[in-house]
Design a protein around this ligand. Structure first.
Ligand code: ADP
Ligand code: MG
Length: 201
């Protein structure tokens, strides 16, 4: 289990507290207007989002991970290539729906943080959508299983995730309920942790 600032040593309790605190912080990020001030699509913005959400919980909040991690059968970007990957992802275009999803898929493949990538990258994605095409994802219209399958498939083929997100786009860009659904951890929780690859050997 991950060491944390809360002094919690039980992983179920940590998951529960982590979800509670990060949700509170996510609402604060949205309602304070701080999120709107961030530049869409940069690594720095993603760092700020992650830091804001998790700074009371983890020392690694906002910091690039230093270990290799995997979920299911997929290993995310090797630490060896992570920094150049983030520089290149930041430069990816973000003017159309397709370009934005392609950028999102690459950022997910990077998975730059030790934990909390799903939630922070979805907020980062919505910020790009909001600023560039004046729409956001209504995550309540996204089926969890279908979303996770599409994300698992996305490094090979992004057709499914594009289809799912396109159908869930809404013009309600300032609706906090629409926004919060995207970071409902239990909703998107896959039932297993992100593993350090060395733990799998
Ligand atoms: N096998 C997989 N391949 C690629 N991406 C995945 C896979 N499984 C989950 N994901 C993506 O990673 C996210 C979970 O990453 P994680 O770092 O645990 O974030 P969080 O703690 O916020 O859920 C999921 O929401 C999904 O977007
Ligand atoms: Mg997780």
């Amino acid at each position: 289990m991950l060491s944390n600032k809360l002094g919690i040593s039980d992983s179920t309790e940590l998951a529960r507290e982590e979800e509670k605190i990060s949700k509170k912080k996510a609402i604060e990020l949205f309602e304070s207007g701080l999120l709107d001030e961030l530049e869409p699509g940069t690594w720095e913005s993603l760092q700020k989002i992650h830091k804001f959400l998790f700074e009371d919980i983890y020392d690694f909040a906002g910091k690039m991970r230093e270990v290799n991690i995997a979920k299911g059968n997929f290993r995310f970007a090797s630490v060896m290539y992570l920094e150049p990957a983030l520089e290149n992802i930041e430069k990816m275009p973000q003017t159309s729906f397709d370009e934005i999803v392609e950028k999102y898929v690459e950022m997910n493949v990077a998975h730059p943080f030790r934990e909390g990538n799903g939630r922070s990258i979805r907020i980062w994605l919505d910020l790009i959508f909001k600023k560039k095409i004046n729409k956001v994802v209504d995550w309540s219209a996204v089926d969890k299983e279908e979303y996770l399958q599409a994300m698992e498939r996305s490094p090979i083929n992004d057709i499914e995730i594009k289809y799912i997100l396109k159908n869930a786009l809404t013009s309600e860009i300032d609706n906090s309920e629409v926004y919060m659904k995207g970071i409902d951890h239990s909703y998107y929780y896959e039932g297993y942790y992100t593993y350090k690859t060395e733990d799998l050997q």
